[in-house]
Ligand binder design. Structure first.
Ligand code: ZN
Length: 685
């Protein structure tokens, strides 16, 4: 590992922040924190922290000694000065004289010592930073260091690699006790450049930002060099089926198995979002003959347990066609995992601390021999984090097994982190949104109604994938809502299949389809050429059928129901002259919605349609709005407002909200909802 420090960048950072009134100490602290934070082999998703001891001037003009330490909720890769809140040193140091201090009291006390009370909570490792005497202190969960310390015989190994350049601190849960213990160890070995926190990570320190940072790099490099000298890292592989199924076929099946089913008359199953990863390293690991042993020992560093649980679920290698053997085997594996998780909770709950609230028993990582791994979470972001940590785990354990025998913190210590009171407190605050844990696919997603619908579904918590002929625009809208955007022609069956496959790899499956892509063709029905009519049927009927077939295929594999939503048009109910080529396929699509409702209701799949009218979007492109308004002697605005009973213009957002309402209406199927501000000729029944 090379130092990424450059004097030029350091100077630039200092100069840039000086303009904002940020001190040189804090600017350099931001600079090296980012250098550490942007390397996933050192820091992943909050797994590390840094600090600097410096002086600030308070409102009275008095100098105050403070510790600027990483605040919770900030990522070191892109940290800014407010991410390193200033805490008064004097009260922090007084805490050392206490015998015990609960996490809650520690957090409260640290908040009370903040210079700016609106700052984020200082890190739980704040006291360790404060008690060490050095100006700059850096802490990471370096993968290479973890491979060395997550060992049966780590003390001997660490001595061999580091000599007396570091001191070793036995595993203690982060917080007050660890701060005291680490300081005690440091004070007995004051010449060291760093501390290895056994089974947890590494601290380095120095008089300058550069010294502390480069000591971290040096110490990690020693670990990396040691690993590089060892021949190994290739696990003997299990025998894999001759032909493997595509990931996109396996993902919905696994996702369905991980859903927690309750009373279906009351609520949907509690679903998970999946995120797939594979690589040579991942395959070496998941295909290993011994994966059932080395993957089941524990987390590489305790705070992963909050995101990944202590161990992953391992299923057997699937064969092409996904026969009953795989389904039964995987189902059995999930049942065993759940039972084992409940037993683990029962073993540790109430033993060292007051009773806890049990978390759901489903795994957060699934290893699939032959294919790779899935990160699992209650959102795409959480699944992605779990997958990142799982890939990091693959690396640490592969190296640890090459060196010796992987042995991380024990189960009791892992439980204490997974059920940390500070984490439990967050649970009650985190309310899930109505469409959370659901994946919505929207065709025509870049147009007016499509984009409004994408935003509305994202606002309700759904993970959204947009398909559109205009791939660039679809990506643009997707970026805005942290979703996915693809170019996809819904009249091309192969393209639709590929798009659904990509959604299954990214999210694990599909729960809601908003089949919205369409375009208006015109012509007098007695004269229109067949070509025009067939083109319209391709898009306005067969396009809907193709995406619906794909959605139903995935929904049946998941076995957790779903919602099909079709954008029909008022033309399907109330034909207008010259709009036969548009209205005819839309009428067929309205019927299609009913046919799906009829045939898939047994599987919990609902199918509904919307007939909207006079929405000022692409429908009226090419001067059509002006032409139709002009024919009535109206301005476009008058035309949009006066043609309905409510005298209100119908907006794309209105259609989007109607789609959301139908997605949430769990007892409604085969319905058509009118969004036209009142058009009695187009009203149903
Ligand atoms: Zn740590």
């Amino acid at each position: 590992m090379k130092s990424a420090w450059t004097d030029r960048e350091a100077d630039e950072t200092v100069a840039r922040y000086a303009d904002e009134g940020v001190s040189e100490d804090l600017a350099l602290r931001v600079y090296t924190s980012r250098l550490l934070g942007r390397d996933p082999l050192l820091v992943l998703h909050g797994g590390g922290n840094t600090s600097v001891k410096t002086t600030v001037t308070d409102l009275l003009g008095e100098d105050v000694q403070v510790l600027c330490v990483k605040g919770s909720g900030w990522d070191m890769a892109d940290i800014e000065p407010p991410g390193l809140p200033a805490v008064r040193m004097e009260p922090l140091l007084k805490l050392r004289s206490l015998k015990v201090l609960s996490d809650e009291d520690m957090v409260r006390f640290q908040r009370g010592a903040l210079i700016d009370p609106s700052s984020p909570n200082p890190s739980v490792e704040t006291l360790l930073h404060a008690f060490l005497p050095h100006k700059f202190v850096d802490h990471t969960h370096s993968a290479a260091v973890l491979s060395l310390t997550d060992q049966d015989a780590d003390e001997v190994l660490l001595r061999e690699v580091y000599g007396d350049r570091v001191a070793l601190v036995d595993y203690v849960k982060p917080g007050f006790d660890l701060a005291r213990e680490a300081t005690r160890v440091f004070e007995a070995h004051q010449q060291v450049e760093g501390l290895i926190l056994r089974k947890h990570g590494i601290f380095s320190f120095g008089a300058t930002a550069r010294e502390a940072y480069e000591r971290m790099i040096d110490l990690v490099t020693l670990a990396e060099n040691h690993i590089a000298e060892v021949v190994g890292g290739i696990f003997p592989s299990v025998e894999l089926p001759k032909e493997l199924p595509p990931v996109a076929e396996v993902a919905p099946v696994v996702r369905g198995l991980l859903a927690v089913r309750g009373d279906d008359s009351v609520a949907d199953p509690v679903r998970m979002i999946l995120n797939f990863r594979t690589s040579e390293a991942v395959l070496n690991y998941v295909n290993g003959l011994d994966v059932g042993r080395y993957s089941q020992v524990g987390v590489v560093t305790p705070d992963h347990a909050i995101r990944t649980k202590m161990i992953p679920l391992v299923v057997s290698a699937p064969e092409a066609g996904l026969g009953d053997a795989f389904l039964e085997g995987a189902g059995e594996a999930v049942a065993q995992y759940v039972a084992a998780y409940r037993a683990y909770f029962a073993r540790h709950d109430g033993v060292r601390e007051p009773p806890k609230k049990a978390l759901d028993p489903m795994p957060r990582v699934v290893l699939v021999p032959g294919l790779g791994l899935f990160g699992v979470g209650n959102s795409a972001a959480a699944a992605c984090i779990a997958a990142d940590l799982a890939e990091n785990t693959v690396r640490v354990i592969t190296d640890a097994e090459a060196i010796g025998a992987y042995l991380p913190v024990d189960e009791a210590a892992t439980f204490d982190i997974e059920y940390w009171s500070l984490e439990q407190a967050k649970l009650s605050k985190a309310a899930e949104r109505p469409l959370g844990r659901q994946v919505a696919v929207i065709t025509g997603g870049a147009g007016g109604i499509g984009a409004a619908t994408a935003r509305a579904f994202a606002a309700q918590g759904a993970e959204v994938a947009l398909l559109d002929l205009d791939g660039g625009k679809a990506e643009e809208v997707a970026e805005e809502i942290a979703g996915l955007g693809f170019r996809c022609d819904v009249t091309d069956g192969n393209a639709v299949r590929s798009a659904f496959d990509a959604v299954c790899e990214a999210y694990g499956g599909v729960d809601i389809l908003i089949s919205n892509a369409g375009a208006a063709w015109q012509g007098e029905i007695g004269e229109v050429d067949d070509g025009t009519l067939r083109k319209s049927f391709e898009l306005n009927f067969f396009g809907h059928q193709t995406v619906a077939q794909n959605a139903v295929r995935v929904m049946l594999a998941q076995g957790t129901g779903g919602a099909l939503l079709f954008n029909a048009s008022k033309q399907a109910v109330n034909p207008g002259p010259g709009f036969g080529p548009y209205g005819l396929p839309k009428a067929a699509t309205l019927f299609l919605a009913k046919q799906y409702a009829l045939e898939y209701g047994y599987a919990g799949i609902r199918s509904n349609a919307i007939n909207a009218d006079r929405v000022n979007t692409g429908m009226f492109a090419g001067g059509l709005l002006e032409e139709r308004a002009g024919a009535r002697g109206q301005s476009p605005e008058e035309y949009l407002r006066t043609g309905n009973l409510l005298r209100r213009e119908v907006l794309a957002e209105d259609v989007a909200q109607a789609f959301v309402a139908l997605a949430l209406a769990r007892k409604t199927t085969a319905a058509t909802l009118t969004v036209d501000a009142g058009n009695i000729e187009a009203s149903l029944r």
